[in-house]
Design a binder for this molecule. Structure first.
Ligand code: SF4
Ligand code: SF4
Length: 236
């Protein structure tokens, strides 16, 4: 019988990404040296892989509640460089999945961003058939897009028409109206694959956390989207 302290390691082993990404780490640090996220964030994939391979439940729980597992950009630059065939990026994907499933994600600022992300991206997919859509993209929420994009957004109907793109209309091309039967099919895929239940799970736990933080779900959504405490970046 397995020791109790390996329970979470066993859970991770059920995830094919973890089995693919976790061999044996020799702590060489090559993944951290190549990692673009480590350039900006206080992030060290070597430490994540080393922590996980110790199979200690308490240490894995600390990781699941941490900011660090949300810094990875999933670029997979680490994968071909590891001399032992590990992939920190795949291990992080499995940790994020477990963190979400066990509700640990609400304990970190970056993890709490799952709420606005899930609502915005999945909402767009199910309503429009695109994960990002001009109808729900506001320049107030994304000032970094700049004045040229702001102008384009404000005049999108005219500019798409001049380009010959049937914006929000039936026909071929990007940002065309996706037929309702295709949107229904997308909804069915979400329902069948567990996506709908996963969205509800994130919403349920996030709304509980909002209450705990004394916020309405709307305030929590805005706060988690905008707020960034000091301590995430190497330059902080
Ligand atoms: S490159 Fe591979 S062996 Fe080296 S620290 Fe990273 S995961 Fe471990
Ligand atoms: S996949 Fe993640 S850990 Fe690996 S190099 Fe990219 S950002 Fe770094």
């Amino acid at each position: 019988m397995k020791r109790t302290m390996e329970r979470l390691y066993d859970e991770l082993m059920k995830d094919y990404r973890f089995r693919e990404g976790m061999k044996t780490c020799i702590n060489c640090g090559t993944c951290t040296a190549i990692c673009p996220a480590a350039e900006f964030y206080r992030y060290d994939p070597r430490k994540i892989v080393d922590t996980v391979q110790r199979k200690d439940d308490a240490e894995i729980v600390a990781l699941l509640k941490s900011e660090t597992i949300w810094y990875c950009g999933e670029c997979m630059s680490c994968m071909p460089r590891c001399p032992r065939g590990n992939a920190a990026g795949l291990i992080v994907m499995a940790l994020r999945e477990l963190s979400t499933r066990l509700g640990c994600f609400v304990e970190s600022e970056r993890g709490r961003q799952l709420y606005p992300l899930s609502k915005a991206l999945n909402g767009n997919v199910l309503q429009y058939g695109y994960c990002v859509h001009p109808e729900t993209f506001t320049i107030e929420a994304h000032p970094e897009a700049g004045p040229v994009f702001a102008w384009h957004l404000a005049h999108r109907h005219q500019t798409f028409a001049r380009l010959g793109a049937p914006y929000l209309q039936p026909g071929p091309g990007a940002l065309r109206k996706i037929p309702q039967e295709d949107l229904d099919e997308l909804q069915a895929i979400y329902d069948e694959t567990g996506g709908t239940e996963r969205m509800r799970h994130i919403e349920r736990l996030s709304e509980q956390k909002a209450q705990e933080m004394g916020m309405t779900p709307e305030e929590y959504m805005q706060y988690t989207f905008e707020h960034c405490s000091p301590g995430h970046f190497n330059t902080d």
